[in-house]
Design a protein around this ligand. Structure first.
Ligand code: AMP
Ligand code: MG
Length: 469
């Protein structure tokens, strides 16, 4: 239906293999993201017809599986890659932006290791919901174009009931990750790494000057991204280097979650036993990942003088913290509706988070209440909050009253409600997830019929998430 391009496969044949998706026995669209389809210039009628179904199920020529490596929970894994996914190809959308169309759940590939190559419906819908919510709140993210069932029943990831097999058609600025550069450096050496760096620069960071410039651009983009996650109470859950995109978009929302109660060391993922990817650790982990990225780049930063390469890369990485703090202060000012110097705003924010944690206050609920009035009622002991509120009042920016409300979403993919909706889909009723998608796509204005998605639910705070793998 479309001539998709494969500029990546042409530039880096060493880092992919031609690969075809399995033929699903009885594919059916569960959700089609119509606004995104329009942005991509795809005709909805054709997309729902035979040609579109061929595209959405990967039954087209020229598809590939991408190789990558990565650090998973701190340990190097040299052989990762699209184990259950294919890159359908690239297209240029109606605004001139080149994006990847990618298919997850499409069967085993040469990178599948012990995996079955399949994806269950629940986690694919979960990824769709998270992507739409983050997009609606202005956070760079991959998005789902469609979720389909395949007609298969696949081995359960948890429990004993076979799950409906699914496909996620994903749109991303690209699927190039820190782990892609690690694979180039570890297995192919400076020539291929240099060629990959050129490709990433052209595609994502055209003003970057060489590998150091790329490191600086990715560092800046990740600082910005993680600052936004933190302010929304988002916990990615599996920030391995293969799940960190070079474009600066968030990617791979397997075990992610949103805070209910504000808790710095909140961990939701069942596989994150040490709490490596706890909420409050995320900025530090982003920098750790960027340091692994820098290491992979060292031979192309300066092959002749390794010490110079290390010094230059270190200087760039030192820019992460100021970039993160500047983004955090900007975001906090918008959420709190205040103006002031960066340090003043940051201190106001840090003190608030300490208070919220001490009194088990809901993260999302607090910021909504602050815009709407009534925040004090959330604190069992109001005294310390009153002292904070006086400082807040002194920095209040009346011109930001509207924007403050727009920085603080009402409908957030909360753990218990999302899980309830995904369970219904698993049992054959997609209705609640479709309602969820609708709610989080316009998360700021209260709408009738969605009250059940507003607040925290019992059990949300100690919720356990699973990778779906
Ligand atoms: P993740 O941490 O979920 O992003 O995935 C880590 C690695 O495991 C990637 O190389 C995936 O392609 C691979 N993987 C995850 N699930 C499966 C599966 N069911 N079959 C094959 N490979 C998988
Ligand atoms: Mg991944």
């Amino acid at each position: 239906m479309l001539p998709l391009q494969q500029t990546y496969a042409q530039a880096l044949p060493e880092l992919c293999v031609p690969w075809r998706a399995d033929l699903p026995p009885d594919p059916e669209i569960v959700w089609l993201n119509e606004p995104l389809a329009a942005e991509l210039g795809l005709d909805l009628g054709r997309l729902r017809g035979p040609e579109g179904m061929a595209l959405l199920t990967g039954q087209i020529d020229g598809t590939i599986a991408q190789a990558y490596a990565g650090h998973q929970f701190g340990s190097a894994n040299p052989q990762l890659g699209d184990g259950r996914a294919v890159l359908l190809g690239e297209l240029v959308d109606t605004s001139g932006r080149r994006v990847d169309l990618h298919l997850k759940g499409s069967g085993r590939t040469p990178f599948a290791r012990a995996g079955d190559g399949k994806a269950p419906l629940g986690p694919m819908l979960r990824e769709a919901v998270i992507g739409e919510f983050l997009h609606a709140t202005g956070v760079p993210t991959t998005r789902a174009l469609a979720v389909l069932t395949t007609g298969e029943r696949i081995a359960p990831r948890q429990g004993v009931t076979p799950e409906p097999g699914a496909l996620l058609v994903r749109v991303a600025a690209s699927h190039l990750r820190v782990g892609t550069v690690q694979a180039a450096a570890w297995h192919h050496g400076p020539e291929v790494t240099g060629r990959l760096v050129d490709h990433v620069i052209t595609r994502h960071h055209p003003s970057a000057d060489g590998p150091l410039g790329l490191l600086a651009a990715v560092t800046g983009a990740q600082a910005e991204l993680v600052a936004q996650w933190m302010l929304l109470g988002f916990v990615h859950g599996v920030m391995n280097t293969d799940n960190m995109a070079l474009s600066g978009e968030g990617i791979d929302y397997g075990p992610c979650a949103f805070l209910d109660v504000h808790r710095d060391q909140a961990v939701f993922s069942s596989i994150d036993r040490s709490g490596r990817y706890a909420y409050g650790n995320q900025p530090g982990i982003a920098l750790w990942n960027l340091s692994r990225f820098a290491e992979a780049l060292l031979p192309v930063i300066d092959a002749e003088d390794p010490q110079h390469a290390v010094d230059a890369a270190t200087e760039v990485l030192e820019g992460f913290e100021p970039a993160y703090l500047a983004a955090r202060a900007r975001g906090l000012a918008a959420k709190l509706g205040v103006t002031g110097g960066q340090d003043e705003v940051l201190a106001l924010g840090e003190d608030l988070f300490v208070l919220m944690e001490a009194q088990s206050v809901d993260h999302t609920g607090f910021f909504r209440a602050l815009s709407a009035g009534g925040a004090e009622a959330l604190f069992a002991d109001p005294e310390p909050f009153r002292a904070w509120a006086a400082r807040h009042e002194a920095l209040h920016d009346p011109s930001a009253d509207g924007p403050a409300a727009r920085a603080n979403p009402l409908y957030v993919p909360r753990n218990v409600q999302l899980d309830t909706a995904l369970r219904a889909a698993h049992l054959g009723d997609p209705g609640p997830v479709l309602t969820f998608l609708d709610a989080v796509s316009a998360p700021f204005e209260a709408r009738p019929g969605l009250a059940h998605l507003e607040g925290p639910e019992e059990g949300g705070d100690r919720f356990l998430t699973f990778c779906g793998t």
